[in-house]
Design a protein around this ligand. Sequence first.
Ligand SMILES: Nc1ncnc2c1ncn2[C@@H]1O[C@H](COP(=O)(O)OP(=O)(O)O)[C@@H](O)[C@H]1O
Ligand SMILES: [Mg+2]
Length: 266
Amino acid sequence: MNIWAIANQKGGVGKTTTTITLGGFMAAAGEQTLLIDLDPHCSLSTYLGIDTDKDERSAYTLFKQVADGDEPQTHSQIANTRFDNLHVLPASTAMATLDRQLGSRAGMGTVIARSLEGLDMEYQNVLIDCPPMLGILMVNALAASERLIIPVQTEFLALKGLDRMLRTLEMIQHACKRQLQHVIVPTMYDRRTRASIDTLKVLQERYTGTLWESVIPVDTQFREASQAGVPLSINMPRSHGALAYEALLNTLQKTTGEALNMAVAS
Ligand SMILES: Nc1ncnc2c1ncn2[C@@H]1O[C@H](COP(=O)(O)OP(=O)(O)O)[C@@H](O)[C@H]1O
Ligand SMILES: [Mg+2]
């Protein structure tokens, strides 16, 4: 089971789009894929047709179960989507209160890791869409994952967000005493704009070794796909945007462990 987190403390950089587009390709290839929505905004769940006001299934329940001293009952919280092989563990707006409610209790950092134990035979892939803030949910995502994908919008303000995310990663790695391999993915690249070109240059200078060698271009089809509630990789796999994500997935699947950093550096 591959468990990957998609995180950046800045909003609107393409986290949810990355999660759903990569997940769509995996599912279309016949791989059982679980998408976990850990953002209290519930964008991924809504994208996949879950009415988070009415549906009672959510990752929030798993946190409550563990806090009550029970084993997390993951299966009953997972919903099928209308796409073959694609499943979702939805978010709920109540997750915004988790830090205040349960943040200080012991064991709260590994709820998601524990919830995924025993699902090895069922899912080949688990992708975790993270909230844009540091807290118990982000800690859970990083503690459960073996790889971190950091989408970075190619515009200047995004560089600050990236530094913040990398500091968070350092801190959590230190606290969990484990290394988490990460890859930085430039998103919404528009080669007609100075901002995109210059930001990509800065990324290439500063982050050699962890920067993906290519970019995800701006493609208006992403917004339309999200309005239609369909992963772009499923309804328009040959669009520019989807093809770029397919290339990213190929790179990620070819490379594991240390090899990734070498592959993206070359
Ligand atoms: N490569 C892209 N080209 C054009 N629009 C994009 C692209 N990636 C994402 N978007 C759009 O930008 C908005 C923010 O993306 P989203 O994935 O929701 O970001 P995040 O999850 O980081 O907040 C959405 O409306 C999405 O459809
Ligand atoms: Mg999002």
